[in-house]
Design a protein around this ligand. Sequence first.
Ligand SMILES: C[S@@+](CC[C@H](N)C(=O)[O-])C[C@H]1O[C@@H](n2cnc3c(N)ncnc32)[C@H](O)[C@@H]1O
Length: 247
Amino acid sequence: MNTVDQRPEKTDLVLPTLGSGAMFDRIARRYDMVNRVLSFGMDKGWRKKTVKRLQLGAHARVLDVATGTGDLAIDIVRLTPGATVVGLDPSTQMLEIARTKVAKRGLEDRITLVEGDAQELPYQACEMDAATIAFGIRNVPDRARALRELARVVRPGGRVAVLELGEPRKGLLGHAARFHTRHVVPKLGALLSGSREYAYLQKSIAAFPPAEEFAALMERSGLQMLEVLPLAFGACTLYVATPREEV
Ligand SMILES: C[S@@+](CC[C@H](N)C(=O)[O-])C[C@H]1O[C@@H](n2cnc3c(N)ncnc32)[C@H](O)[C@@H]1O
């Protein structure tokens, strides 16, 4: 039975010149610093957790979609002997920074950076051992299409990991985390980056579906869920899945 949902699942936010990565071009230069400050440095640990959950063998080939400034791609090759990564992103400026970081670490032979869109991956079916998208799916206009693409390019038994921010849960600490996301992120983000794009980022976090709803979308998009792991009181969630095998 083919359980893959063909309905487009569009984001309901109107994205300012997004898709082309143009918005991220404007915040690229300060992206890493702002990220570190706004997440209290936790984003680093979240990416490492993501790499662990991929359960990669040596020399694995991995696709990191929405690679941005390349942090996850770098973690994957650092933590996996012989692994190679293709980092794909539509933002020229984000990729430019990724290129500099990759070169500084002497990883050019293991990380290839390419311009591209999550909704139309330029790879054959089952070409990758794993695929990742960290803090990127939120910005993709047709999320279901991007998820189907991730499922398509990963070999049977391989893993797809999605790391994404969302509105933190209820409860006292969840309340504090929610206050941070709603009020601190847009204001401090704008201040640190010198750009108003962080107000949009906060809105896109608030508009992202709850974890169980997004996991259901992954299930309808050709993936079988293995784990849904809340991080920082649900301010971030790690979704781990494998391509659904057709029967
Ligand atoms: C918040 S950054 C995340 C970067 C990186 N993955 C990280 O962990 O820091 C989001 C990235 O998504 C990219 N993006 C936006 N629309 C996209 C699309 N349609 N397909 C792929 N990437 C996209 C942006 O250019 C940006 O680099």
